[in-house]
Ligand binder design. Structure first.
Ligand SMILES: Cc1cc2nc3c(=O)[nH]c(=O)nc-3n(C[C@H](O)[C@H](O)[C@H](O)COP(=O)(O)O)c2cc1C
Length: 353
């Protein structure tokens, strides 16, 4: 530990709103990661004083119910559930969360439907949404959303076009009514302090937790993260504007190279009139189906999807979750300590004439 009680006190003041909102010791959310954020990692993050978030992904309501119960069996601390709004059974998934008394529901992957927001709130739980731009952030505040996550393009997985630093500057000074958590590219405590000082109530990290000891990700997946540098985690490339590709940030592998070749082949067949537009689009969309599971669970890191953020370069070894969170808190508090001692030196050293 390199910080003093003073640094920690300032940190606790800076993220008090986030801690109160989450009901946690630290305002660090473990962002939901499909296949990775299951009961073990989620409970470990919450037990370590963070806020774990279960990734529902494509789970059925029955599976989600089991996973929530499994998590509740491993922690008595608060945790959230992340639901993808495109899920065809979103309504039932919300019911499962409510019945299981989940305190916080994160609605991700597109505009959250009003019925889902209203239902969660009517049950007394909190709704968290992703705001990709200021106008939407304001709209969500008006719709009664309880907190926002703003996630920049440095993040792992599906990303928008704007960096975390720019989103933070655009949104944090404007949204004061509800807590805002910043995500994307955060690997160290000093960066947490930076966003808290800009007005964030807390942060959300994903990539940094993949190699937690408690994470069930396959050893090959973890190895790829430990080896990976920031520059290796790049967004998927769209070859032809007629066939849009949703950008996903991942480590490069044979799969990403084959994805380019496949797009070139499909576009060529479309241009020759051998395949119609819908069928061509479907081929492109289906390429990555099941690919994250293949990498995370089966360990096929060559053909699966290695979704990772740019902070992957700061993942250097497998570590217990408690250690990861303690390290982040220590770095944040030490940065605040350094600032305070600078201030003391500045105010106690007389200026020379
Ligand atoms: C492997 C992986 C899978 C992810 N899956 C999801 C998901 O299912 N739903 C979601 O809302 N975000 C997902 N994310 C984004 C994280 O929740 C989090 O916001 C992001 O990782 C934060 O940025 P960072 O990776 O720079 O820490 C995923 C990220 C990664 C790395």
């Amino acid at each position: 530990m390199t910080h003093t009680a003073g640094g920690l006190e300032v940190l606790n003041r800076l993220w008090q709103r986030g801690r109160d909102f989450l009901g946690t010791e630290t305002a660090i959310m473990g962002g939901a990661m499909s296949w990775v954020s299951e009961r073990h990692l989620v409970a470990a993050i919450s037990n370590a004083g963070g806020f774990g978030v279960l990734a529902c992904g494509a789970m059925s309501p029955e599976l989600l119910e089991k996973e929530i119960a499994g998590t509740q069996g491993l922690t008595s601390k608060p945790f959230g559930v992340n639901l993808i709004t495109m899920h065809p059974q979103l309504d039932q998934l919300v019911d499962v969360c409510i019945a299981a008394k989940v305190g916080h529901v994160v609605l991700a992957g597109g505009l959250p439907p009003k019925f889902a927001i209203d239902k969660v709130k009517a049950a007394g739980a909190k709704v968290i949404c992703f705001a990709p731009a200021l106008a939407l952030a304001k709209k969500f505040v008006r719709s009664g959303v309880d907190a926002l996550v703003i996630e920049g393009m440095e993040a792992g997985g599906h990303i928008g076009p704007v960096s975390t630093a720019v989103l933070a500057q655009e949104i944090l000074p404007e949204i004061r009514d509800i807590p805002v958590f910043v995500a994307g590219g955060i690997g160290r405590g000093e960066a947490i302090v930076m966003y808290l000082e800009l007005g964030a109530s807390g942060v959300q990290l994903g990539t940094r937790f993949v190699c937690a000891t408690e994470s069930i990700a396959h050893a090959n997946f973890k190895k790829a993260f430990i080896r990976g540098a920031a520059r290796d985690a790049i967004p998927s490339v769209q070859l032809d504007a007629r066939f849009p590709v949703i950008p996903v940030r991942a480590l490069q592998n044979q799969g990403t190279r084959r994805f380019m070749e496949m797009q070139a082949d499909v576009v060529a067949r479309f241009n020759r009139g051998e395949v119609d537009k819908d069928a061509a689009m479907l081929e492109i969309e289906h390429f990555w189906a099941g690919a994250l599971r293949r990498a995370v669970i089966e360990g096929d890191v060559e053909n699966g999807s290695l979704m990772a953020g740019q902070s992957v370069g700061m993942v250097t070894r497998e570590q217990p979750t408690t250690e990861i969170i303690a390290e982040l808190v220590d770095q944040a508090a030490a940065a605040l300590d350094a600032r305070m001692s600078l201030h003391t030196v500045a105010t106690s050293t007389p200026l020379r004439a």
